[in-house]
Design a binder for this molecule. Structure first.
Ligand code: SAH
Length: 354
């Protein structure tokens, strides 16, 4: 199923050529710039003839229909729930920081990785997203930022799904975001549960995007339980792939660590992580976040005090670590809480941890 942001520039050129009716070749530039520079809808690309605008609308429909748009209490986080053409639902989160605007995009409907603490993992896998569905999330976020006199500068593939299980579409989206929307590769981050073949493919790709790896545990016994795919790609293989990526790209590598009380927030966990980073000579940056509550996981996130202690422990062991601010908890838009299958009613608000 195609959609407005699906075709590459060449594919759009072919579409316009097929559908010529005497269109001059500069129409391609006008349409491309309309879509990606002006962030216009076809109807708003008024420098092309109306007949062409109508044909674009008819051949390349929008992929996302807004079901819900929720703004957090402080107004700095916006969560969208979208319905796709086949009835599937996905979510996108826009985060407005004082110094930057970031969008967190989904790459799949559901997820097959089955991490027990993640709401998307609990929901299971439905299908991959298309390039058009991924890019449209970014374009809409860019438009929304512009309406607030801000500029969208960062894209993180940390929404629903495992981006490296849908690498081809994710990579085409990265290229579109970079080439057409003009975001720098430094400001694009792909987060993976640790699919080694995906990291290897990324290493071969041309643009040096940031890599985030959802580590959560530094020994195989615990990681097998938290992140089941670890049984297929154990920590040593994963670290080797990360190290190769880092050397090939010179890009920032980060580890995500959702702190679960009594599970992976012990002094021994910090020590193991420090040892792992040393063993692989990985100057990784660790992002700490207390586990957010999800319906299907009974264990709670670490207390703010424990989160700070864990960070201090890591720092004292020579590991660069920061505590990530928890955003959007009040609108179920925080990390791991995206679960489009959940009924969306205002009564389902959960309290933020602590
Ligand atoms: N599948 C990719 C990207 C999506 S999840 C990945 O695993 O990296 C984005 C981040 O949120 C990951 O680090 C994931 O482990 C984390 N996460 C999942 N559930 C969470 C929860 N309940 N609380 C905090 N972080 C969570």
């Amino acid at each position: 199923m195609t959609s407005l942001y699906q075709p590459s520039r060449d594919e759009l050129a072919a579409l316009l050529a097929n559908d010529q009716r005497g269109e001059p070749s500069y129409r391609l530039d006008q349409v491309w710039q309309g879509l990606y520079t002006q962030l216009a809808t076809p109807a708003e690309i008024t420098n092309v003839p109306k007949a062409l605008r109508l044909r674009l609308e008819a051949t390349l429909p929008l992929a996302l229909t807004q079901v819900v748009r929720r703004v957090s209490d402080g107004g700095d986080t916006v969560k969208y729930l979208w319905q796709l053409a086949d009835g599937s639902r996905i979510e996108t989160v826009l985060m407005l920081y004082p110094d930057r605007v970031t969008v967190c995009v989904s790459s799949q409907v559901g997820c097959a990785m089955a991490c027990g603490f993640c709401a998307t993992g609990q929901a299971g896998f439905t299908r991959h997203l298309t390039v058009g569905e991924i890019v449209e999330q970014v374009v809409i976020a860019a438009r929304e930022a512009r309406a607030m006199d801000r500029r969208l500068a960062n894209v993180v593939f940390m929404g629903m799904g495992e981006p490296m299980a849908n690498e081809a579409a994710v990579w085409q989206s990265v290229e579109r975001i970079h080439d057409a929307l003009g975001l720098s590769a430094r400001h694009i981050t792909i987060s993976t549960v640790g699919l080694v073949p995906g990291i290897r493919r990324l290493t071969e790709r041309s643009l040096p995007v940031n890599l985030a790896v959802s580590l959560h545990a530094a020994n195989d016994e615990l990681r097998d339980r938290l992140v089941p795919i670890n049984k297929r790609y154990p920590i040593d293989d994963l670290m080797q792939a990360c190290s190769d990526y880092l050397h090939a790209k010179g890009r920032r590598l980060s580890f995500e660590w959702a702190l679960i009380a009594g599970v992976n927030d012990r002094a021994s966990d910090a020590a193991e992580l420090a040892k792992l980073c040393r063993r692989f000579h990985l100057p990784a940056h660790v992002n700490l976040i207390p586990l957010n509550p999800t319906p299907g996981y009974p264990t709670v996130g670490s207390s703010p005090k424990r989160v700070d202690e864990f960070r201090d422990l890591l720092v004292s062991l020579g590991v660069n670590a920061t505590v990530r601010r928890n955003r959007g908890t009040d609108i179920d838009a925080a990390c791991g809480q995206l679960a489009a299958g959940q009924p969306v009613t205002l009564g389902t608000r959960r309290a933020a941890p602590d």
